[in-house]
Design a binder for this molecule. Structure first.
Ligand SMILES: NC(=O)C[C@H]([NH3+])C(=O)NS(=O)(=O)OC[C@H]1O[C@@H](n2cnc3c(N)ncnc32)[C@H](O)[C@@H]1O
Ligand SMILES: [Mg+2]
Length: 432
């Protein structure tokens, strides 16, 4: 049997022709001697009509009680039918139940927690097929941008011996007879590899033991991180905006139908193609927030609420730069023209989504880096290898990290980051 993707037979070219499809029962009803079975595969849903006069009463009767998600094969003639989903249906001449399904545990109307416990079955739904196709295109576009522009994909370790983004969100793991930590970011290792390949990037899972439960934090997420020798902060911000606009352009080109399924305002998304993106300094951001009555002062870290207010000022992603030194990581280079701030940048997505990229220029001076490590309470012995990079041919260099789930959440307009992960991990969830 020559099986076709369901979407490929749902067009006028196939009307009157024979086709075989296979998939899982998505909906079904039996009226009189006919079973109307809606079969889904990864491309779409088609109505298959099984008539007892053609295929026997026993089969139609068995379809009366068959459970949702039973796997089936069907062959027959394609017909136009306005009442069928997508306007086409298959008049079955052959129909076989491959894998039975009794009492499929999702009947509709269940609450979030139940569906999260049934995630291994719930993510079969066509909505997730569309969402994960969009995520596929985001990942592919990210890799394509870097590959096309002379960057090298590398494979940094996930098992690490020290923190990159602070000790508070480390996941310790038993590593033979010592304790290791799951990687928070590949950055420090990418900074090694720029001396080998100059322009490197990696796509790795990053782990953050986030104590608070928010709509935009996961304990495990996918992290696309470039790092380049000789690049300063402005060079790297240009890479960031080119990357994001390239990703959005590829999703708009290749996943329009899926975006429409999410009711996404394509016009708003199209604005992300307009580079360069606006750049505002932390100082300006504080002024904007204070003018809007937000209770914030210079030196405060800006969280989701403050970012949300700021995003209402822009229709495109925008950069926030030059943060106070004390709220940023040890590796961020202090601004030579203003020792109170560092050469860091975040890229915030509009429409309330906030930070999708964090990055900046790295401290390339041995003494200054050592001072920052000690100032922030780290043990320099744990970073001897990282300090060595500043001893032997140090160069100005910069990088950033793009949260894949964060950008997918913004592009699809979802209101919770856990939706973008097949099996979301956060404080209260490790199952399934
Ligand atoms: N190579 C680098 O320069 C990256 C740098 N060491 C870093 O990890 N920066 S970051 O902590 O802001 O995280 C970077 C991005 O990673 C995403 N991120 C950061 N934390 C999370 C959590 N908990 N869940 C989901 N996504 C997260 C978010 O988009 C951030 O902007
Ligand atoms: Mg950040």
């Amino acid at each position: 049997m020559d099986f076709k993707p369901i979407a490929s037979v749902m067009n006028r070219e196939y009307v009157g022709k024979e086709a075989c499809i296979r998939g899982w029962i998505y909906r079904r009803s039996v009226v009189g001697g006919k079973a109307f079975v809606r079969v889904r595969d990864s491309t779409g849903v088609i109505q298959v009509v099984v008539e007892s006069s053609r295929l026997g009463e026993e089969l139609v009767d068995s379809l009366k009680n068959i459970g949702l998600e039973a796997s089936v094969i069907a062959c027959g003639e394609v017909k136009e039918e306005a009442k069928a989903p997508g306007g086409f249906e298959l008049q079955a001449k052959f129909f076989q139940i491959v894998g039975d399904s009794r009492d499929f545990p999702i009947k509709g109307g269940e609450g979030d927690e139940y569906l999260l416990n049934m995630r291994h079955l719930w993510i079969r739904s066509p909505r997730y097929a569309s969402l994960f196709k969009i995520k596929h295109t985001v990942i592919n576009a990210g890799r394509e941008y870097f590959s096309k522009n002379g960057w090298w994909e590398v494979t940094p370790p996930i098992l690490t011996a020290s923190a990159c983004e602070g000790g508070a969100t480390l996941f310790p793991v038993q590593y033979f007879d010592q304790t290791a930590f799951l990687s928070q970011s590949a950055q420090l290792y990418l900074e090694v590899l720029i001396y080998t390949l100059e322009k490197v990037y990696s796509l790795t899972p990053s782990f953050r033991a986030e104590k608070s439960r928010t709509r935009r934090h996961l304990a495990e997420y996918w992290h696309l991180e470039p790092e380049a020798a000789w690049y300063d902060m402005n060079d790297m911000m240009k890479v960031a905006e080119e990357l994001v606009s390239y990703i959005v352009s590829k999703v708009l080109d290749e996943r329009k139908r899926e975006l429409e399924e999410f009711g996404r305002d394509i016009g708003k998304l199209r604005k992300a193609l307009e580079v360069p993106y606006p750049r505002i300094r932390y100082d300006e951001a504080i002024e904007i927030l204070q003018k809007k009555g937000v209770n914030v002062k210079w030196g405060d870290d800006l969280g989701a609420d403050e970012e949300r207010v700021l995003t209402m000022e822009f229709e495109t992603p925008f950069f926030l730069t030059h943060f106070p030194k004390h709220i940023k990581s040890f590796y961020m280079k202090v601004d030579p023209s203003n020792p109170k701030v560092v050469l860091g940048f975040d890229l915030l997505a509009p429409e309330g989504y906030g930070e999708i990229i964090g990055g900046g220029q790295r401290e390339d001076d041995y003494k200054l880096l050592l001072e920052r490590l000690i100032e922030q309470g780290y043990n320099p012995d744990d970073y001897k290898w990282y300090l060595d990079l500043r001893k032997y041919g140090s160069v100005p260099h910069s990088g950033f990290g793009l949260g894949i789930e964060r950008i997918v959440m913004w592009i699809t307009g979802l209101d919770h980051i856990r939706e973008t992960m097949p099996f979301p991990r956060y404080r209260e969830r490790i199952y399934p």
